[in-house]
Design a protein around this ligand. Structure first.
Ligand code: ZN
Ligand code: ZN
Ligand code: ZN
Length: 424
């Protein structure tokens, strides 16, 4: 892989050899990362694994860890921030403020960071000139919040280093940070991986980014030629083109002109197929669902999904993206409520639309298949579960690779299914 000037896109990354689908092209440690605010207390601050019982930092009482080992490993990154968190209690900084705090402490240490091998923090684009006035105002506000947050450790951030422009750092973080997801592809954290910021966007990318804890893995999902540019998708791809382009414009300040964006009309029509009134209602319900936690909240969510899905029967195909989101949400709700049979019913209905929208290799499809396999196993449908697991394996080999911890989970599940079949 090497850095090159990609026509019309600034810098990019390209291949120095031909590759097949499923190759691990790069493994990147973060320059800095944090657990997102909404996941605080539920995952380890070091390895980002989810656990029922986590140890609590005795100082700030916020940071949590699997065990003494994870706590010790995380201490260098947490030491100075710990005092700041304690100082502003009971408030807690927004994700970008906490992340920028860690970035500043890291810069002050002036240590060499392997995450800057191809592209450094100072190389990162900030797109300041293209930001809207509202965005700039938002960033100025964050910069002030940061001053308050850091004040016990750093009296005046703006006087720190002449080259350290806080506003610039916030602008860089906004357009360069990666959401870190766990095995189930739920967002758990946010991190900065400067070398990986060289990757340009395509809404039909040839690579995917997968995480193992906070470590980023760049994997190929297509066959590629020597010299070909590597691309990832910055945003969800199953979204009507105008909406997707708007997102890219707002957060990353560019107009996407990839093949998908210029030839999308057919797929856009599929995404919004069916009765317009019906999918608008579905969209509204989906947007209203926050992060249900209690049983009562999940029951409410399930009830609205059931009502809509029933009234949509002859009005929306399952490939309509809002109908598909409803099915996904209903499945989630059922899993949270322990309604396995109904969850499997919804899960099965999503598989064909997933295949339709992610015809090649895509981590979202891999995970969806794995979830369905688990539900089939729960329902004692061993032979179906085994078949689904085989298909999942073929996808996962490419999207995650055989070394990924999720692959170990898959193998354990496969052993369990097979053991169950032998007993019968
Ligand atoms: Zn841990
Ligand atoms: Zn602490
Ligand atoms: Zn595009």
């Amino acid at each position: 892989m090497e850095k090159f000037a990609s026509p019309g896109k600034g810098n990019g990354l390209r291949l120095l050899k031909a590759v097949k689908p499923g190759e691990l092209l790069y493994r990147a440690a973060p320059f800095a990362y944090i657990v997102s605010k909404k996941r605080l207390g539920g995952v380890c601050e070091h390895c980002l694994r989810r656990k029922e019982r986590l140890l609590r930092c005795s100082q700030c009482k916020v940071a949590r860890y699997c065990d003494a080992h994870c706590q010790k490993e995380a201490w260098q990154d947490h030491k100075r921030e710990c005092k700041c968190i304690k100082d502003i209690d009971p408030n807690f900084p927004p994700d970008s403020v906490r992340l920028v705090g860690r970035i500043i402490f890291k810069i002050l240490k002036q240590s060499v960071c392997p995450s800057e091998e191809l592209y450094s923090l100072s190389d990162l684009q900030s797109n300041v000139d293209e930001l809207s006035e509202d965005m700039k105002e938002g960033l100025r506000h964050l910069a002030k919040t940061l001053q308050l947050y850091l004040k016990v450790e750093i009296q005046d951030v703006s006087q720190l280093l002449p080259a350290l422009d806080i506003f610039q750092i916030f602008a860089k973080v906004t357009s360069n940070c990666f959401s870190i997801s766990n095995g189930e592809l739920q967002d758990v954290g946010v991190g900065l991986y400067p070398s990986m910021s060289l990757l340009n966007n395509s809404c039909d990318p040839n690579c995917v980014v997968i995480f193992e804890g906070p470590q980023l893995h760049l994997r190929s999902i297509r066959e590629m030629q020597l010299g070909e540019e590597l691309t990832i998708s910055y945003t969800e791809t199953v979204m009507p083109t105008p909406e997707r382009q708007q997102n890219l414009k707002r957060q990353y300040c560019f107009e996407c002109d990839c093949v998908m964006c210029s030839t999308q009309s057919k797929q856009d029509a599929d995404m919004l197929a069916g009765d317009e009134q019906a999918w608008k209602e579905a969209k509204e319900v989906i947007n209203k669902v926050g992060a249900p936690k209690s049983r009562e909240e999940w029951e409410q969510v399930l009830l609205s999904c059931q009502t809509l899905l029933k009234s949509n029967t002859s009005r929306l195909p399952d490939t309509n993206i809002y109908q598909l989101k409803l099915l996904d949400l209903a499945m989630d709700a059922c899993i949270n409520l322990g309604l396995w049979e109904e969850a499997l019913h919804y899960g099965n209905r999503t598989l064909e639309p997933y295949r339709f929208y992610y015809p090649g290799f895509h981590p979202l499809r891999t995970i969806q298949m794995m979830r369905v396999a688990k539900l089939q196993f729960h329902q004692d449908m061993s032979s179906q579960a085994l078949e689904t697991l085989k298909q999942t394996y073929d996808l996962m080999k490419v999207t995650h690779g055989t070394e990924h911890s999720l692959m170990q989970n898959l193998m354990i599940l496969k052993d369990e299914v097979e053991a169950g079949m032998l007993l019968k």
